[in-house]
Design a protein around this ligand. Structure first.
Ligand SMILES: [Fe+2]
Length: 382
C-alpha cells in the first residue's frame, strides 16, 4: 500500500484504506477496496482530500501502522460529536455542560487509552485522511490518540507530576484517561466561535483573531461543573500555551503550564499541520515532525518533544520518498533505532528492491536531510 496524491491516482486503482468523512456517525466517505474511478476521485477532491492510500503490486506488503482500530475511531468520533451537540445546547442556554453529558466520552477515552497501551509499535503513521469540513471532530480524536501515546511513554518512563509536584506512578491509567478526555474536548470552546471565523479560507483579521483566541476559556466555562476533573479543564484551558511564553489565554511558561497541557500542545500542533484545513492543505508528516522538533525547548517542552520524536516518524511506511541520488520509492518499513532512516522500496524502471538507509549514510532524503530550515512555522490556528 502507498500514499499517493489524488491527481496522480491511476484510473481503476484500489483504495487501500477507508477515507474518513469526519461526519458525526463515523461513517467513512469511501471504503477500502473501492475502485477509484474519475467520478470518485472528483468527489474526494471536492471534499478537500488531496491524497489517498492505494493497493498496488509494487508496494505489496507495505502496511502503514495505525494507532486506533476503525471501531474505536468511529466510536470516538460519534461520542465527541454527541458531546459537542449537547454542549452546543448548553451554550445556547448559558448553562455548563453536566458531568453526565461527558460520561460516554470518558468511557471512550478509557477505551482509547487501553488500546494504545497495547501498542508496542513505534514510528506510526498518525491521523486519518479526512475531509477538511469534518476537521474539529477528526482532529479531536487524532490529537487524543497522539497525546495518549506520548503521555503513556512519558509517564512509564518517569511517572507523572502530581498536585504536590512529586513524581508518581500510582494510577497512571486514570491519569491517562483524564488526559484522553481533556484531549477529546480540547477544542470544545470553538462552539462559541462563529462558523464564518472557524471556516474562513483566508487569514483572520485582528478582530476575528481575538474571537478565535477565546476558545480555550469558553471551553473551560462549559466544563465548569465541580464534578468534572480539574485535569480535564487544564488541558482545555492551556493547550495553546507555549513553553517560553507568548501563548494564550494566560501567557504561562515552562513549569507554570500543566504537564498534561504541554503534551496537548505538541499533539495539537502536529495534527493541525498534517491535516486538511479549509485554508491550508495537509502537509506531509516530515513537515509536522520538523516543526515539532524545531520547537523543542522554545514552543514546546523538550521532554515531551523527545518522546514524540521516538514515536512519530518523519517518513512513515507507505509514504513517498525521494533520494538525493535520483532514486525514489515508498517507505517500506521504519526500524527501531533509526526512525529517520527507514527502509525504502525503490521503484523505477526495473524490479522494485529494498534499500536500508541505515546502511547507506551517504544517501540522503530529498527535502529532509539536504535542506536548510524550511521556514515552516507553527500554524497560528491550531
Ligand atoms: Fe485549540
Amino acid at each position: 500500500m502507498r500514499l499517493i496524491p489524488l491527481n496522480r491516482v491511476p484510473d481503476g486503482a484500489t483504495l487501500g484504506k477507508d477515507v474518513a468523512s469526519g461526519r458525526a456517525d463515523g461513517m467513512p466517505l469511501l471504503r477500502r477496496g473501492t475502485t477509484l474511478t474519475p467520478k470518485f476521485v472528483g468527489a474526494l477532491l471536492k471534499a478537500g482530500i488531496h491524497a489517498v492510500y492505494i493497493d498496488d503490486e509494487e508496494t505489496r506488503g507495505i502496511d502503514p501502522a495505525t494507532v486506533l482500530s476503525d471501531e474505536t475511531r468511529s466510536a470516538a468520533t460519534a461520542a465527541v460529536s454527541r458531546a459537542f451537540e449537547t454542549a452546543s445546547g448548553a451554550l445556547a442556554a448559558g448553562q455548563p455542560l453536566s458531568a453526565e453529558a461527558i460520561g460516554e466520552l470518558e468511557a471512550v477515552a478509557a477505551r482509547m487509552a487501553e488500546e494504545i497501551a497495547e501498542i508496542n509499535d513505534f514510528a506510526l503513521a498518525l491521523g486519518d485522511l479526512s475531509a477538511a469540513d469534518g476537521y474539529t471532530l477528526q482532529h479531536s480524536v487524532d490529537v487524543a490518540a497522539l497525546g495518549l501515546l506520548v503521555g503513556q511513554r512519558l509517564f512509564k518512563y518517569r511517572g507523572y507530576t502530581d498536585y504536590m509536584g512529586r513524581q508518581s506512578w500510582q494510577r497512571i491509567d486514570q491519569r491517562l484517561t483524564r488526559l484522553g478526555l481533556g484531549l477529546l474536548l480540547h477544542d470544545i470552546g470553538k462552539l462559541a466561535v462563529p462558523q464564518e471565523i472557524l471556516n474562513k479560507p483566508g487569514k483572520l483579521d485582528p478582530a476575528e483573531w481575538e474571537i478565535m483566541k477565546t476558545h480555550p476559556v469558553a471551553g473551560t466555562e462549559l466544563l465548569r461543573s465541580d464534578l468534572i476533573s480539574p485535569l480535564i479543564k487544564v488541558v482545555v484551558r492551556s493547550h495553546h500555551e507555549r513553553w517560553e511564553g507568548g501563548g494564550y489565554p494566560d501567557d504561562k511558561s515552562e513549569g507554570e503550564i500543566h504537564e498534561l497541557a504541554r503534551i496537548a500542545a505538541v499533539a495539537d500542533v502536529y495534527d493541525a499541520v498534517t491535516s486538511e484545513r479549509v485554508y491550508a492543505p495537509a502537509r506531509p508528516p516530515h513537515v509536522g515532525v520538523r516543526i515539532i522538533r524545531e520547537g523543542r525547548g522554545t514552543a514546546f517542552d523538550a521532554e515531551v518533544v523527545d518522546i514524540f520524536s521516538q514515536i512519530v516518524a518523519p517518513f512513515p511506511a507507505g509514504n513517498p520518498i525521494e533520494l538525493n541520488d535520483g532514486r525514489s520509492g515508498v517507505v517500506s518499513e521504519v526500524v527501531e533505532g533509526q526512525i529517520d532512516r527507514p527502509i525504502v522500496r525503490v521503484l523505477g524502471d526495473g524490479a522494485p528492491y529494498e534499500l536500508d538507509l541505515g546502511e547507506h549514510p551517504d544517501v540522503l532524503i530529498t527535502g529532509w536531510e539536504d535542506m536548510d530550515p524550511t521556514g515552516d512555522r507553527i500554524p497560528a490556528r491550531a
